[in-house]
Design a protein around this ligand. Structure first.
Ligand SMILES: [Zn+2]
Length: 334
C-alpha cells in the first residue's frame, strides 16, 4: 500500500516506469511508510493490469502471487519482515522481529535468482530492507552485482540511514527521497486508522505516522494486559478501584476486551479451546472450570447491551463498575 503523502513521489516514479535505472534507493525518515511504498511499486511493476495511476490491480495471478509472498520474480531480503508461507497474514504489518544483519550468504543466494530468466513479465525485482543492515561483506557482494547489472533485474533498496550505506553502494543506485507527511497529514491518517490520542503518539514518534501507529498498538497491548491481569482472579477483583483507574478510558475498548474474555471462557467450556487470549491460557482454564454456562451467557448479553450504548453520553465509569460487579459474581459459589 502507499500513503496519501506519497502521491507526488509515486506519480513521478510511475511516469518513469518505462525507463528505470537498474537500482533504486528509497530513503527517508523511519516510520513514514517507505517499505510499503517499495512493495507497492514492485507489485505495480509485476502486475499484469495496473490502473492508469500505476496501482496494481490486486486480482491478476501476478498480484495473487505477490500478496502471498510467492511471486517467482520477486526476491526479498528483509530480516525484519520475514514471513514464511502460511504465516498469519494479519500479523504482517506490525510484526516485529529482532532483525539482525544481512549477511553475505543472503546476497550470494541472490546470484541464482538474478541469473535465471524471469518467469513472467521479463522483469525480476530484488527488494532489500533495511539496506543499512547489510554487513560489509554483504555490501561488497551486492556491489559486484550492481556493477555488472543483469538486464531485466531491478534492485529496490530501502533505508532510513543513508549515511550507513557504503558510499560505493550509494553511488551505484539512483537515490529517491521519500517525503515525510506534514503533521496535519499524519494526524489525519492516524485518526482514519481509528487510533485515539493520535496527536500524543505522533509527538512521541517524532511525527512519523507508522511509528506512531506502532506505539499506539504497543500501548494498547499494555493496557489490555494489565486489565486482563486485574480480572483474571475474580476473588481479588476490586470493581470500584479498577473502574476508577480506567477513568477516561475508552469504554468500547474495555467492553471489547471483556467480550473476547467471555468468548474464550465459553469456548473453553464448550469446546475446550480458546481463540483470543492465548497469553492468558492458564488463568482462563482455571476460570472456565468454575464459571457456569448460563451465567456466562447472561453476562455476554449484558456486554452486548452495553456495547450498543457505547458512544452515547453516559457515565462510563459507573457502567464499567456495574459490569465488573456482574463479572465478579460469575465465579462465585451459588
Ligand atoms: Zn495485478
Amino acid at each position: 500500500m502507499r500513503y496519501p503523502w506519497q502521491t507526488v513521489a509515486w506519480n513521478h516514479l510511475i511516469a518513469r516506469r518505462g525507463s528505470l535505472p537498474h537500482s533504486l534507493l528509497f530513503h527517508g525518515r523511519k516510520g513514514i511508510g517507505k517499505l510499503d511504498f517499495a512493495y507497492a511499486f514492485a507489485q505495480s511493476l509485476l502486475c499484469r493490469e495496473p490502473a492508469a495511476d500505476g496501482t496494481a490491480c490486486g486480482q491478476c495471478p501476478a498480484c495473487n502471487w505477490f500478496t502471498q509472498g510467492s511471486h517467482p520474480d520477486l526476491w526479498v531480503i528483509d530480516p525484519e519482515r520475514e514471513t514464511e508461507a502460511g504465516e498469519d497474514e494479519e500479523a504482517k504489518p506490525v510484526e516485529k522481529k529482532a532483525g539482525g544483519p544481512i549477511k553475505v550468504e543472503a546476497i550470494r543466494e541472490l546470484a541464482d535468482f538474478v541469473n535465471l530468466s524471469s518467469h513472467q513479465s521479463g522483469l525480476r525485482i530484488v527488494l532489500i530492507h533495511p539496506a543499512e543492515a547489510m554487513n560489509v561483506q554483504a555490501a561488497n557482494a551486492l556491489l559486484k552485482t550492481l556493477e555488472e547489472p543483469t538486464p531485466g533485474t531491478l534492485f529496490l533498496l530501502v533505508t532510513h540511514q543513508l549515511q550507513h550505506l557504503l558510499p560505493t553502494i550509494r553511488s551505484r543506485c539512483q537515490k529517491l527521497p521519500l517525503p515525510s507527511p506534514s503533521r496535519e497529514q499524519a494526524a489525519e491518517w492516524l485518526a482514519a486508522q481509528g487510533i485515539p490520542d493520535a496527536a500524543l503518539y505522533l509527538a512521541q514518534a517524532g511525527y512519523a505516522p507508522l511509528a506512531a501507529a506502532q506505539l499506539a498498538d504497543e500501548e494498547g497491548q499494555g493496557r489490555r494486559r494489565s486489565f486482563l491481569e486485574a480480572i483474571s482472579v475474580p476473588a481479588k477483583l476490586d470493581p470500584i478501584g479498577l473502574a476508577e483507574s480506567l477513568k477516561g478510558a475508552d469504554l468500547g475498548e474495555v467492553v471489547n476486551w471483556l467480550q473476547k474474555w467471555i468468548y474464550d471462557l465459553m469456548s473453553l467450556r464448550l469446546a475446550g479451546c480458546l481463540r483470543y487470549q492465548t497469553d492468558f491460557d492458564g488463568a482462563l482454564r482455571t476460570l472456565a472450570n468454575k464459571a457456569r454456562m448460563a451465567e456466562l451467557l447472561a453476562f455476554h448479553r449484558e456486554l452486548t447491551a452495553v456495547r450498543r450504548t457505547v458512544g452515547h453520553p453516559l457515565n462510563s465509569q459507573l457502567v464499567l463498575e456495574q459490569l465488573l460487579f456482574s463479572y465478579r459474581n460469575l465465579t462465585r459459589a451459588p
